[in-house]
Design a protein around this ligand. Structure first.
Ligand SMILES: Nc1ncnc2c1ncn2[C@@H]1O[C@H](COP(=O)(O)OP(=O)(O)OP(=O)(O)O)[C@@H](O)[C@H]1O
Length: 253
């Protein structure tokens, strides 16, 4: 469903010169799977997800999403994905229902089908009590639910979540994670970025540890624990980063 091969992205930064935000990254994600990108700030997670959602153009490598090439078929990619980040916007002057309906209409969903989907999503995400609430009156958690609803209204096979729980309290974060789990049960292909170890342990079928634009390790958690002889995910993560830093230091002139 998602195929990424040697994907790279450099930015020309006025102050810092050329920045390699992502460096020859490769992975695949299947339907019915949650794949985590785990890395600290600045690791390249957002850059990777933005390229998969066609917001940014790669400077090297290839990526296909639902069979469509992000470079040559961006429009097809866009109709087959739902993208949500922690700052996906909510309109103050629209109700929850109007907002999700509005996004459904942007995708040209037939009217009867749209109303059925709205009913289903509002029930599944337990949003019926905020149906008529304006964006300006919503709590952060309510806004996050509306963001998820608008991300899935066109029933895309691929879902891309960029740090979806960032800034949320534990209760709302838990509800968001439960929703993502339920979407996996529906057979969605899900890629999810985070810097929170526990989220990966709870949710992800496989994970890529990403640091300074490179994938340092990739696999299921049991696979990684076995490969690196470390059962504590946090220790494993720090060890991988330390090892990478040591290698960089050895290469430095
Ligand atoms: N538009 C840009 N211009 C220049 N540099 C950029 C740009 N976007 C990202 N970068 C740089 O690329 C690197 C990777 O950033 P990215 O936002 O992908 O990391 P991240 O893993 O998502 O981190 P965070 O959790 O902080 O969002 C960083 O060094 C960042 O400063």
């Amino acid at each position: 469903m998602i195929h990424v091969e040697q994907l790279s992205k450099s930015f020309d930064d006025l102050r810092r010169g050329s920045i390699v935000a992502l460096d020859s990254v490769s992975f695949d994600v299947e339907a019915g799977e949650i794949f985590g990108l785990l890395g600290p700030n600045g690791a390249g997670k957002t850059t990777c997800l933005r390229m998969l959602s066609t917001v940014l153009q790669p400077t090297g490598g290839v990526a296909t999403v639902a069979g469509y090439d992000v470079m040559t078929q961006p429009q097809d990619v866009r109709t087959h994905i739902g993208f949500m980040s922690c700052n996906t916007g909510i309109y103050d002057r629209m109700t929850a229902w109007e907002m999700v309906e509005y996004f459904g209409r942007l995708y040209d969903i037939e009217e009867n089908e749209l109303q059925e989907r709205l009913d289903r999503i509002f029930t599944t995400l337990q949003m019926n009590d905020i149906r008529d609430m304006l964006g300006s009156k919503m709590s952060t958690g309510m806004k996050q639910k509306v963001s998820i609803a608008r991300t899935i209204i066109h029933d895309p096979p691929v879902l891309i979540f960029d740090e979806p729980t960032s800034g949320l309290d534990v209760l709302v974060a838990r509800a968001v994670l439960k929703t993502i789990e339920a979407l996996r049960e529906e057979g969605k292909c899900i890629i999810f970025s985070t810097h929170i170890m526990r989220e990966v342990e709870k949710l992800c079928d496989r994970v890529a540890v990403i640091y300074k634009g490179k994938i340092l390790a990739i696999g299921s958690i049991p696979e990684l624990e076995e490969q690196y002889h470390e059962s504590d995910m946090e220790e494993l993560f720090f060890n991988l980063i330390q090892e990478h830093e040591d290698q960089l230091a050895m290469k430095a002139p």
